[in-house]
Design a protein around this ligand. Structure first.
Ligand code: GLY
Length: 358
């Protein structure tokens, strides 16, 4: 097992290893001064049947009293109505500030449960038990919690770090190829923006890479960034590499294209656009495309830059008339580029292959 300690506004440990879901009872007891209390597990209808019993048994066996709230899987649950239902459930069960929430699932469950934890009774403690690769390497760490609004993704949320994260790598075995690939987009992102050696490792080992080593390496990058810029004013924004175009793709597709696949396409588009604009010291789009393809990910979109524009203009990364785009100017190195909002569409269009343009 690998343990990484994140020291931000709240200090917490992220543990990565096999079989950790079975040890959540002991883990929570140690975080709760050896006392037992009540715990509400928030999970979805895909994950709960797989791991709910393991987690409930682990908690009950050391004396916790456990209830659960299971939501429909998918991005559609990250909304005001499901958020409200969870809060009403917690209130009707008289869950108090000395009790805990547990997010058992992928990014949707983690973001939603984290936002409930941030706001219910003005904040109660919670654990993240991510079961997807994407949630392990990215969304469960760093305290970004959110729900979506009709106008866009993650537009309502809070910075509210978890009190612990357990990444049980055994859970990766039940992921289908598409969901696993979603997480790989974020792993590849860390390589492109911070870690050339990680890209080389992925090119060499392909899907046989050591899960614990690579996940821990990504989480350690995230730790460093969150410790430096927890509230997303500077270096943390580099983690948004590919995400501006991705939000446009996700939203224009009505969320039928998943986040990781959209991020992969976004990374390809912005890298080709930056190359075309002469902003790259060491062009690497062919290498990036090869790695993305090796993991079953796209590196382009069938949409036009115009299709993506509405979402791009309502993106959180907009600052008045400026969109802060992340440009990787060489493998393993990235920078923020303040792109005038009026030029963003034309810039991205340069990264979309000719066939797609009107
Ligand atoms: N997912 C990007 C971040 O946590 O900042």
């Amino acid at each position: 097992m690998t343990t990484i300690t994140v020291s931000a506004s709240n200090r917490y440990q992220v543990k990565i290893g096999a079989g950790l879901l079975s040890s959540v009872g002991e883990e929570l007891k140690s975080l709760n001064d050896e006392k037992c209390c009540r715990v509400c597990i928030v999970s979805d209808d895909n994950v709960f049947p797989l791991y709910g019993k393991t987690v409930i048994n682990a908690l009950e066996s050391v004396g916790f009293s456990v209830m659960s709230h299971v939501i429909p899987h998918g991005e559609g649950s990250k909304c005001l109505s499901v958020y409200g239902e969870i809060l009403e459930h917690l209130a009707s069960e008289h869950i108090s500030r000395s009790d805990w929430l547990i997010a058992l699932g992928g990014g949707v469950v983690g973001d939603l449960c984290g936002f409930c934890a941030a706001t219910y009774l003005r904040g109660i403690r919670y654990l993240q038990l991510p079961t997807t690769l994407l949630a392990m390497v990215d969304s469960s760490v760093g305290g970004k919690t959110a729900i979506d609004l009709a106008a866009g993704k993650n537009l309502c949320g809070a910075f509210y770090p978890p009190h612990g994260v357990l990444c049980d790598i055994d859970a990766l075995q039940t992921l289908n190829d598409v969901i696993f690939a979603d997480g790989m987009a974020e792993v590849i992102k860390y390589g492109v923006i911070f870690d050339r050696e990680l890209l080389e490792l992925l090119m060499r080992d392909k899907t046989a890479f050591d899960r614990e080593t690579v996940i821990a390496r990504c989480i350690d990058h995230k730790r460093r960034v969150v410790e430096e810029d927890e509230f997303d004013r500077g270096v943390r924004q580099l983690l948004n590499f590919g995400h501006t175009a991705a939000h446009g793709i996700e939203q224009h597709s009505g969320y039928t294209i998943s986040h990781g696949h959209a991020v992969a396409a976004g990374m390809g588009i912005v890298t080709r656009a930056a190359e075309a604009a002469g902003m790259i010291s060491e062009p690497f789009s062919p290498m990036l495309e090869t790695i993305l393809a090796d993991f079953g990910l796209p590196y382009d979109t069938d949409f036009t830059a115009e299709d993506m524009t509405d979402a791009i203009l309502s993106d959180k990364k907009r600052d008045g008339g400026i969109i802060r785009l992340v440009i990787a100017d060489a493998p393993g190195h990235a920078m923020l580029w303040p792109c005038p909002a009026t030029e963003c569409e034309a810039f991205l269009a340069r990264g979309i292959r000719e066939k797609n343009q009107a």
